[in-house]
Design a protein around this ligand. Structure first.
Ligand SMILES: [Zn+2]
Length: 394
């Protein structure tokens, strides 16, 4: 009897939460982002700014998995707050990496790594993370010892050092605060002494700090936690819908431990389901690191009109922090009555894509959707885009 009422109460609570989430989401203001690019004058072809997501995808999504550990013995040797609740680490971690590489080799995950290495030999996982980093996964810091704040600088700054000294030519951009909690001195220290520019927490609304410029590519994200203890499927459904509506950012996160999942295969099932949903809804599955590059690039590109059909790109950014340049997408509008025939860059004909593609490919390529033309390219200074169309206005 007692159990029944508590289940009922829990259901009511979940329902109430759902209602709160929906109502909060509905009032979230739209964020408009176009960088400092100049819009063209009216003509057959008009430059309409840079898109906030790659390839004209509906929204950006980050899949984040926390509590990966570099040391097999971590859980046995440390008197850590994690112990007790989490009994298993490496079998989840191994299963996760294995499954992703076999089944979703092009989907990059963001992993929050606990870098403490009490055994002194953690090269096994560092070698794996190096491979993953080269494949586009983001290796985020989740501190060294996973304790509650206030944390010692050796804990958070040390973990950045651990990652950067074990993965060649890699700078850590993202810090995932353990337990979602942090002190301001910790964040200021990270900002001052490292390349960390993205702070991830567990809040349902993810605000990027520190804020660099007014035109941040994504200011607000919807965060959904995947866990067998939560009704995460309806939350995911709502969050996808909302991220799509405002063309925003969705962050899905979970733990690769027994904290969230009965066994490794239940974690894998949830991820497989989630990735399927993201792909169906045309999400650009990306990483904070990639979004950060994209944001810097978008804010550094200027497009100037040369004549009625040609535009020149002005771009001189050198990305900091060992970041790789990410292809950006420019949007043009075509006047009524005209059809796009060909798109050229520096006189070379681009391949045309017929569907939105939300997996990063280098480009350049173009896509026509009704009267919009999306051109995706790795920006270079002085490149000239020419859009040739036919037809005439009556
Ligand atoms: Zn954690």
């Amino acid at each position: 009897m007692k159990e029944e009422t508590s289940t009922k109460r829990r259901r009511k609570l979940q329902l109430a939460l759902l209602v709160i989430v929906v109502s909060v989401i509905v009032v979230v203001p739209m964020v408009s982002i176009h960088g400092k690019s100049k819009k063209g004058e009216k003509g057959i072809i008009t430059f309409d700014g840079l898109t906030r997501t790659y390839g004209g995808c509906n929204y950006a999504a980050i899949i984040r998995v926390d509590d990966l550990i570099v040391d097999n013995n971590f859980s046995k040797e440390l008197p850590n707050t994690l112990i007790g609740k989490n009994k298993y680490f490496n079998n989840y971690e191994n299963a996760l990496i294995d499954w992703m590489l076999k089944n979703k080799p092009n989907v990059p995950l963001t992993i929050g790594v606990i870098t403490g290495c009490p055994s002194g030999n953690c090269s096994y996982y560092w070698n794996i993370y190096s491979v993953l980093a080269r494949r586009g996964w983001e290796i985020a810091s989740h501190s060294r010892w996973h304790v509650r704040p206030p944390r010692k600088p050796e804990d958070y700054l040390g973990s950045i050092k651990d990652i950067e000294s074990n993965i060649t030519n890699y700078s850590v951009v993202t810090y995932i605060a353990p337990f979602g909690k942090f002190s301001m001195s910790e964040i200021l220290n990270l900002k001052k002494k490292t390349c960390v520019r993205v702070l991830m927490t567990t809040w349902p609304f993810q605000i990027r700090i520190p804020r660099f410029r007014r035109n941040d590519i994504v200011k607000i994200g919807f965060t959904v936690k995947l866990s067998q203890h939560l009704p995460w499927k309806p939350y995911l459904w709502i969050a996808i819908h909302m991220a799509k509506t405002i063309r925003g950012l969705l962050i899905v996160y979970t733990h690769a431990t027994s904290y969230d999942w009965r066994n490794p295969s239940s974690l894998i099932h949830a991820l497989a389901y989630t990735i399927g949903r993201l792909e169906q809804s045309n999400a650009w599955v990306t990483t904070p690191r990639e979004l950060f590059s994209y944001e810097l690039e978008v804010n550094s590109i200027e497009v100037i009109r040369i004549n009625t059909t040609s535009f020149k790109i002005l771009y001189s950014l050198k990305l900091p922090c060992n970041l790789n340049i990410v292809p950006v997408t420019l949007k043009f509008k075509v006047a009524k009555g005209y059809l796009v025939k060909t798109v050229l860059i520096d006189g070379k004909i681009l391949p045309r894509y017929f569907n939105k593609t939300c997996k990063i490919s280098e480009g350049p390529w173009y896509l026509v959707s009704e009267r919009e033309v999306y051109v995706t390219l790795l920006p270079r200074n002085g490149e000239i885009i020419t859009i040739i169309s036919e037809g005439s206005k009556k």
